[in-house]
Design a protein around this ligand. Structure first.
Ligand SMILES: [Mn+2]
Length: 420
């Protein structure tokens, strides 16, 4: 790791007061009582690039991520960091943002959690509301010039849908999807063998120098959100990995069970039911694949596409489902779900749709699920929406048929678009 002059100086003067983490007491008086002397020493050591604890036997070893993240945060002590949620806010990326916010507080870093897409899923709205989470939706009138750094979690790439001031640099990037391209951030931790980003952050809490023990409302809230993130990304542990189990064991001790039940109570909204019904009517089965183009979907119902694909995967004889539609009259949005042991959703989607002229793929995925978004561009202005839908459906179906090596006609003749 590259060390600045200031870091070297700090390393030579380990007792420098400025490097000792003391959270701003005005922000969390409950938390500050838990930053005890030994913890300060550990934070100090992490900041100085030393490794404390059971992994010290190898002096040449790089810092473990749980300490390295503090090392990086300490280097920007007192600065401002935007924690960006790319794509639709979901339990995993919201929880990761909360945890990073908590970690950053130990280094007096001011943060704001910013999202760009609407919180569309009813469960996610409940999560934000019930946990009283402060996240802000981006608004073009926001002045972002004061932000020195930004962080991205739970996303394959770090490019944002907005332009940040040139001086605002990527500080933290943590993800569990397949790595895509090079990420030039100060702290980059991508672990495909984790079922969720929340599990990676839980590791920072378990192995890091901070003391997280659910002793404040804030910590309970973060632990609950993280547990919800893990459950949601691993299909309630069906796809959990050892990292997710380790994280859950830790978080279970600190979370609020009743709160978790409240935010994860399953109920399918009427709109998703409608969408599922349409998908069933228009399903097109090719071997073990089921394709369903559901027509036009309102932006706020967009999560229904994925939920509908989840539901259709239960059908006997089907091991891969793809549901797609035109969302918000702006782009084609699709979700893939698979039980196949051989189909790699990430590769499959990238093979089918390729990339745009900037080299960005139209979609991707992990283990058992994936998704794609294709902007309609100028076609969004077409007056004959039904005709446009017929064209979209024909184009997409042909790409799918081509990929799975079948030719020809859809298994039904309903090519009508329709409002959902
Ligand atoms: Mn995730």
């Amino acid at each position: 790791m590259k060390k600045s002059k200031a870091d070297k100086e700090k390393a030579m003067q380990p007792s420098t007061k400025a490097a000792v983490a003391v959270p701003d007491s005005s922000r969390s008086s409950q938390d500050s009582s838990h930053v005890l002397a030994h913890q300060r020493a550990a934070l100090q050591a992490a900041a100085n690039g030393q490794v404390l604890g059971r992994r010290t036997n190898d002096p040449g070893a790089q810092l473990i991520p749980a300490r390295r993240i503090h090392h990086v945060l300490e280097r920007v002590r007192g600065k401002n960091m935007l924690i960006c949620i790319k794509g639709y806010p979901d339990p995993d990326n919201i929880a990761a943002a909360l945890c990073l916010q908590w970690l950053a507080k130990h280094h007096d870093i001011r943060t704001k959690i910013l999202h760009f897409e609407e919180i569309s899923h009813y469960e996610n709205r409940a999560l934000v509301k019930k946990l009283d989470i402060e996240i802000e939706e981006y608004d073009p009138s926001m002045d972002l010039s004061q932000w020195d750094y930004f962080a991205v979690n739970d996303s394959q790439t770090y490019e944002l849908p907005i332009k940040l001031p040139a001086a605002c640099k990527l500080l933290i990037f943590v993800d569990h999807h397949k790595a895509m391209g090079n990420v030039l951030g100060e702290f980059v931790d991508v672990r495909e063998h984790s079922g969720s980003t929340s599990s990676i952050y839980a590791e920072y809490l378990i192995d890091g120098p901070t003391k997280f023990e659910g002793a404040s409302t804030e910590q309970t809230k973060i632990a609950t959100a993280m547990m919800h993130g893990i459950r949601s990304d691993t299909d309630n542990f069906a796809n959990a990995t050892p990292m997710d189990y380790r994280a859950s064991e830790f978080l279970a001790k600190h979370m609020d069970k009743d709160l978790l039940n409240l935010i994860s109570r399953q109920s399918i909204p009427a709109k998703t039911m409608d969408l599922t019904q349409i998908a069933l009517q228009r399903k097109d089965i090719k071997g073990t694949f089921m394709f369903a183009g559901v027509g036009y979907v309102r932006e706020e119902d967009r999560d229904g596409i994925g939920q509908c694909a989840d539901y259709l995967l239960h059908r006997e004889g089907i091991d891969t489902v793809i549901v797609y539609g035109v969302v918000g009259n702006e782009w084609i949005d699709g979700s893939l779900r698979t039980r196949s042991h051989t189909l790699d959703p990430d590769k499959w989607i990238k093979d089918v749709f390729g990339q745009d002229k900037n080299g960005q793929f139209y979609g991707g995925g992990r283990k058992d699920k994936g998704g794609f978004q294709i902007p309609l561009g100028v076609f969004a202005n077409v007056s004959d929406k039904e005709l446009l839908w017929i064209l979209i459906k024909k184009t997409i179906d042909e790409l799918f048929y081509d990929k799975i090596g079948v030719d020809g006609k859809p298994g039904h003749d309903d090519l009508q678009g329709g409002k959902v």
